[in-house]
Design a protein around this ligand. Structure first.
Ligand code: G3P
Length: 219
C-alpha cells in the first residue's frame, strides 16, 4: 500500500518524509489556503522533498477552464497529478486531460457510480472520502470495497486512493481490502507506528541493561 500525506504544510511533509515511508502528497484548496502561500511555490517545494505523485487541485468549475488549469498545473513538475472534482464539468475535463496523457486524480468521490465513470474516462486515481461518509452515518469503507470490486471486474488500472482518513483503523481496513493508496494527516501516520507495549517493553529492556551494568561495575 502506498502512503501519501494529506497536507500542504512543509514542516509536516519534512517530518513524514524523514520516516522514509511517504510515497506522495495530496493537497486540496482548503489545505493550500491554510498555508497562506502561492500554490506554485508550495508545489515546487513539495516536489523537492517528496519524489512521488503530488496532487494539485483545480478551482475552476467549467470544463474548458478546468482543462486549462489542469494543463498549467501539470507543467509545474513531472510528478504533479491534477486533481479534478467529480462533477459533470469535471468528467468532461477528465476525458480531455487523460487523452493528453495528463494524470488525473478524481476527487470528492462519494459513490461507486462516480468512481465507475471516472475510471471509464481514464482517471489515474480516484479519491473516495471515507471520513466524510462516516460523518453522515454511512460506511465509507464499504464504498472503497465496492469500487475495488468494480475495478477488478473490468480490469481498470485506476488506483483507489482512500481519502478523508481520520484514524489508523481506516488505513488498516483499507489495506485489508487491497486499496492502492491511503492519504492521511501526519497525526494518523504517527498513530500508526505507536504502541504502548512497545514503549513499556523498551523501558524494561533499558532498565535491565543499566542495572546489569551497575552490578558489573561494583563487582
Ligand atoms: O484528501 C481529502 C481530505 O483532505 C479530506 O479530509 O478530513 O477534510 O474530510 P477531511
Amino acid at each position: 500500500m502506498k502512503f501519501f500525506l494529506d497536507t500542504a504544510n512543509i514542516d509536516e511533509i519534512r517530518e513524514g518524509a524523514s520516516l522514509g515511508i511517504v510515497d506522495g502528497i495530496t493537497t486540496n484548496p482548503s489545505l493550500i489556503s491554510k498555508e497562506g502561500r502561492d500554490l506554485e511555490d508550495i508545489a515546487r517545494e513539495i516536489c523537492d522533498i517528496v519524489n512521488g505523485p503530488i496532487s494539485l487541485e483545480v478551482v475552476s468549475t467549467v470544463s474548458e477552464e478546468m482543462i486549462e488549469e489542469g494543463r498549467r498545473l501539470s507543467k509545474i513538475h513531472k510528478n504533479v497529478v491534477v486533481k479534478i472534482p467529480m462533477i459533470r464539468e469535471g468528467l468532461k475535463a477528465l476525458h480531455v486531460l487523460s487523452q493528453e496523457g495528463i494524470r488525473v486524480n478524481v476527487t470528492l468521490i462519494f459513490s461507486a457510480s462516480q468512481a465507475l465513470l471516472a475510471a471509464k474516462n481514464g482517471a489515474a486515481i480516484v479519491s473516495p472520502f471515507v471520513g466524510r461518509l462516516d460523518d453522515i452515518s454511512l460506511n465509507g469503507l464499504d464504498l472503497v470495497s465496492d469500487i475495488l470490486t468494480i475495478y477488478e471486474n473490468y480490469d481498470y488500472d485506476t488506483e483507489v486512493l482512500v481519502a478523508s482518513i481520520r484514524h489508523p483503523l481506516h488505513v488498516l481496513e483499507a489495506a485489508t481490502m487491497g486499496a492502492h493508496i491511503a492519504t492521511m494527516p501526519i497525526k494518523v501516520l504517527n498513530q500508526l507506528l505507536k504502541h504502548p507495549l512497545t514503549n513499556i517493553g523498551l523501558q524494561q529492556f533499558l532498565a535491565d541493561w543499566e542495572n546489569q551494568k551497575k552490578l558489573e561495575s561494583t563487582e
